[in-house]
Design a protein around this ligand. Structure first.
Ligand SMILES: [Zn+2]
Length: 291
């Protein structure tokens, strides 16, 4: 994405489910827009308070506090100065469709973005919380006559080819479904990050140690860096055919019911201490995180 395409994004509002989604999926985009002098507002629906496989050491209240601090650090690295939390419960967003959709709608009316960035129809990982946020943003976009640009995250076909199996093995995908990759040349916006921009994104991610360090440890830094080096987005106007095409809450709930066991089994199968989408705190890291 060159400078003029970044400038064309105008005021950018990015909306996600959990702290770390924003940095994994759009850290490079947000940093570039900030560097170009644009207003960037980042929203997390939850504090990610369930993102651990050791809820005894990390009860939700304690983990929420850590994840808020980590998100502040990551966004400081990216240069994003405005971060909002909607305060909704991690792991249950599909039960909060009415409230979530209203809060998203109010934010859009307040910030009046030129471009909104969020998850695509696959939620990137099929996480039911991601799918809920996708629905809310799509609904707000339709309700405003598609009056702002809506960019949705997408796996590139190339990235899926290279990293899909690895991602599946560590439990990134929350259901048995798999994304359909978009060839890089067919993306609406493509950021293949390298050099200082990639270093910045990796530094931001590693500021969220409770989520990211187990994954860095399992992959090694070089592979982790390659895994996060690409960001891809598709204009919703290209994929939204009719109103109401997003998945239903019922489908999302069914997916949620099945995800924990599968993801946990996958993580155990490869001995990787990860079981919640991009990663989580394994017990042995808890003291490091608390220090
Ligand atoms: Zn997430």
């Amino acid at each position: 994405m060159n400078r003029s395409r970044i400038a064309d994004l105008g005021t950018v509002l990015t909306i996600w489910a959990h702290p770390d989604d924003e940095t994994y999926l759009a850290g490079g985009l947000m940093a570039a827009a900030v560097a170009a002098g644009q207003r960037v507002v980042c929203v997390s629906a939850t504090a990610g308070e369930l993102g651990t496989d050791d809820p005894v050491a990390w009860p939700p209240e304690r983990l929420a506090a850590v994840r808020r601090l980590e998100a502040a650090a990551a966004l400081a690295v990216l240069g994003v100065q405005e971060h909002r939390f909607l305060g909704l419960p991690d792991g249950g967003l599909d039960l909060w469709d009415d409230v979530g959709a209203r809060l998203v709608s109010e934010l859009i009316d307040e910030i009046r973005p030129d471009t909104v960035v969020t998850f695509g129809p696959d939620g990137f990982t099929f996480h039911p919380d991601h799918l809920a946020v996708h629905r809310w943003v799509r609904a707000a976009w339709e309700a405003r006559g598609r009056g702002f640009r809506l960019l949705e995250t997408a796996w590139t076909a190339e990235s899926l080819e290279r990293f899909g199996a690895l991602s599946a093995r560590i439990g990134v995908f929350m259901t048995d479904e798999r994304p359909v990759g978009v060839p890089a040349a067919a993306l609406s916006e493509h950021l293949p990050l390298a050099g200082p921009a990639l270093d910045r994104k990796v530094t931001a991610l590693r500021a969220m140690a409770s989520q990211v360090e187990p994954t860095v440890g399992a992959f090694g830094l070089d592979l982790f860096t390659a895994w996060v080096a690409e960001e891809g987005f598709v204009d919703a106007a290209r994929t939204a055919r009719t109103r109401g095409t997003a998945r239903t809450g019922r489908t999302a709930r069914a997916a949620r019911a099945g995800r924990a066991g599968r993801a946990g089994r996958a993580a155990r199968a490869v001995g990787v201490p990860v079981d919640a989408e991009f990663g989580s705190i394994p017990a042995q890291r808890s003291e490091m995180v608390a220090a």
